[in-house]
Design a protein around this ligand. Structure first.
Ligand code: ADP
Length: 651
């Protein structure tokens, strides 16, 4: 059988472990073998008491029992040594030396053999020595050296003495003793090897069991981390779902959407207060807030240094803590003033400019720490809020530009109508001058009764009223005002400017006809803007027909089309070439030498801002029809317009 190369216990940990186990086994069995020897030795003395001189017997017994007691003492000391494993070799050497002296003492039995009077006594001694040898071989095999240094001095002296005797019996006993000794040593060697192999296997098993336990622990740790990651992932998916729900829900205005975002933050982070604040210099102004009991209100202004947001802005990233009193935050002015324990906040940037802070806080401490998902979610919220504020800012600016442009367009239309208007105003003024001269002439010709000039004065009053009406209309259109949405009837809108329009159409010998369906529901509109659209379209139609030879007429019509009023201006002018139809509504498209090309595109954007649309179609006969729709006024869209200008821009 092939044996493995012996392992070095100094370098190889398994060999070292095996050695430790061997020494431990040696000591474990030491008590048993030593105790047996302790009681057997007196028996030898007892049997030989009558035949061997007492001093020899007692000297032998004393020396042997001393070595046996030393072995028992060593065994007890080994058991008590807490660091026995660290001193394996020292303990092995000590016991080996003790066993060697024991073996020598047992070998001293040869003296008793020599002094024994008969073969019976000698056989008794040989029997005892054989038993002690076998006992040693069985209990000392874990450490082979110990076994050998015990067995050889024990067996060799008596065996040699027997072999050297002259009679056959003793020589045979000696030869048998040699055989037993070899057998015992061979058996000890085999036992030792088997034991070493078993211990090696046990060590390997132990190593395997340990690495298995380590692998199991590692797998459990990985599982635990995976479960945590899965929970975090689920949490972030849920957060994203809620976030998406808020940003995809159609709200009437950005401020409502931001409020929904604050509510989402309060719910998710488990904090009662949500704030969007604008920061300007050292000024911290609350733009929107969700707070129980209305402790904090929109428009409240605080010193920036009295808020945790001051530190958030300095950190330029999310700042969070769950229990201010438990850390350095307890010295912060915000804690000292408001006793806010839990806080999560992040800076908000609108466009490329710093805007302020989005934060959530609460008075009681937060039981669970803020997670990575929480911090990422608030950053996402802040990005969205910043983008919404910027969008709102741009929409406001666009609206302002649009209002200015619409005003400029009205002034332009009035400018184009100026000569006609001047003519219209000139007529009554001329009439007034003539009537006044007539009055004066009457007065100069002598005393006049009031009744005689009354009629002339009434005519003067009528003419000045006519002038005043025209000027009122001009002022109406020339004024600059913010859009004001009202529920108005289309017929009223038109009637308000009808006589003003008549001035324009009459001068160009155009018939203005009406085909407005009765009892139309009101539309939600800014009257001035819709009147501007009607004026633009009629002015264009008049312009287009100014060179027409045939009959010139413009029909203003309106009818109900499901949820909207469809209105239009139909003319009998030259129409528009089909390839030009698409371009009419483009800004700056004009066929007039001094035209701006803005009237139609501004009309289109006005109608679209009202939620309708404007388009042009060629007529069956001559001319074109411009049509536009306006949504019928409902409670919902009326309140929508009411809240349309909530201020996000707080500066
Ligand atoms: P502008 O009147 O300054 O030219 P508009 O945007 O009001 O600007 O009109 C753009 C162009 O559309 C006009 O130049 C004209 O050629 C054409 N147009 C507008 N209304 C009519 C119409 N009723 N009939 C024919 N062409 C029209």
């Amino acid at each position: 059988m092939k044996t493995a190369a012996p392992l070095d216990s100094a370098t190889d940990p398994i060999a070292r472990r095996i050695r430790i186990e061997q020494v431990r086994l040696l000591y474990t069995q030491a008590s048993l073998s030593a105790t047996a020897a302790l009681f057997v030795a007196p028996l030898v003395v007892l049997v030989h008491w009558q035949v061997v001189p007492h001093p020899v017997l007692l000297a032998w017994l004393a020396s042997l029992e001393t070595t046996i007691l030393v072995r028992l003492a060593l065994a007890a000391a080994f058991r008590r040594d807490p660091n026995a494993e660290g001193n394996t070799e020292r303990w092995a050497n000590r016991y080996t030396w003790a066993c060697a002296t024991s073996g020598i003492c047992w070998g001293g039995c040869t003296v008793l053999l020599a002094l024994s009077p008969s073969p019976v006594y000698q056989s008794f001694i040989a029997l005892i020595l054989g038993g002690i040898l076998m006992n040693g071989v069985l209990t000392m095999t874990p450490v082979l050296t110990t076994c050998v240094v015990y067995a050889l001095p024990l067996a060799l002296p008596p065996v040699l003495w027997l072999l050297l005797q002259d009679d056959l019996l003793r020589t045979t006993m000696g030869a048998t003793g040699v055989l037993y000794l070899l057998l015992a040593l061979g058996t000890a060697h085999r036992y030792h090897q088997t034991l070493t192999r078993s211990l090696g296997l046990a060590m390997e098993n132990l190593g395997l069991a340990q690495s298995f336990a380590a692998a199991k622990e590692q797998a459990e740790e990985i599982n635990r981390r995976l479960a945590e990651q899965q929970a975090a992932l689920q949490d972030s998916v849920e957060a994203m779902r809620e976030f998406h729900q808020v940003i995809s829900t159609p709200y009437r205005h950005a401020s409502e959407q931001i409020r929904a975002m604050l509510a989402l933050g309060c719910r998710r982070f488990g904090l009662a207060i949500g704030i969007l604040a604008r920061v300007e210099g050292e000024c911290y102004k609350i733009v929107q807030v969700i707070a129980p009991n209305n402790d904090i209100a929109e428009g409240d202004v605080l010193a920036l240094s009295d808020t945790y947001c001051h530190d958030t802005l300095r950190a330029k990233s999310p700042l969070s803590f769950e229990h201010a009193a438990a850390g350095r935050w307890r010295h912060h002015p915000c804690y000292l003033k408001f006793k806010l324990e839990a806080y999560l906040g992040t800076p908000v940037q609108a466009g490329s400019q710093p805007y302020g802070v989005l934060c959530f806080c609460d008075f009681p401490p937060r039981p669970a720490p803020f997670s990575t998902v929480d911090r990422e979610l608030i950053q996402l919220m802040a990005q969205w809020v910043g983008a919404t504020i910027e969008q709102d800012r741009m929409a406001t600016a666009t609206q302002r530009q649009h209002t200015l442009l619409a005003h400029a367009s009205r002034l332009n239309t009035l400018g184009e109508m100026a000569s006609g208007l001047a003519h219209e105003i000139n007529q009554p003024i001329t009439a007034i001058a003539l009537y006044t001269e007539a009055c004066l002439a009457q007065l100069q010709s002598g005393p006049v009764k009031p009744a005689e000039i009354r009629e002339t004065l009434e005519k003067i009053a009528a003419q000045s009223a006519r002038t005043n009406t025209i000027i009122q209309h001009v002022r109406h259109f020339a004024r600059q005002s913010k859009p004001q949405y009202l529920a108005v009837r289309f017929k009223d809108l038109f009637d308000d400017i009808a006589d003003f329009l008549l001035l324009e159409v009459r001068r160009h010998r155009v018939h203005l006809l009406q085909d407005i369906a009765p009892n139309l529901p009101p539309v939600l509109a800014d009257p001035l803007q819709i009147q501007q659209v009607i004026l633009n379209l009629i002015h264009n139609a008049v312009d287009a027909m100014s060179d027409s030879e045939g009959s010139r007429s413009i029909t203003v019509f309106a009818r109900l089309d499901r949820w909207a009023i469809e209105a239009g201006i139909k003319d009998t002018g030259p129409g528009v070439p089909p390839d030009m139809l698409d371009q009419l509504l483009h800004p700056f498209f004009t066929t007039k030498p001094d035209g701006l090309g803005l009237g139609l595109s501004i009309s289109q954007s006005i109608v679209e801002a009202h939620g309708g649309r404007l388009w042009v179609t060629p007529n069956q006969g001559p001319g074109v029809t411009f049509r536009f729709t306006l949504p019928v006024a409902t409670n919902a869209n009326a309140s929508e317009r009411d809240s349309a200008d909530l201020p996000l821009e707080t500066s």
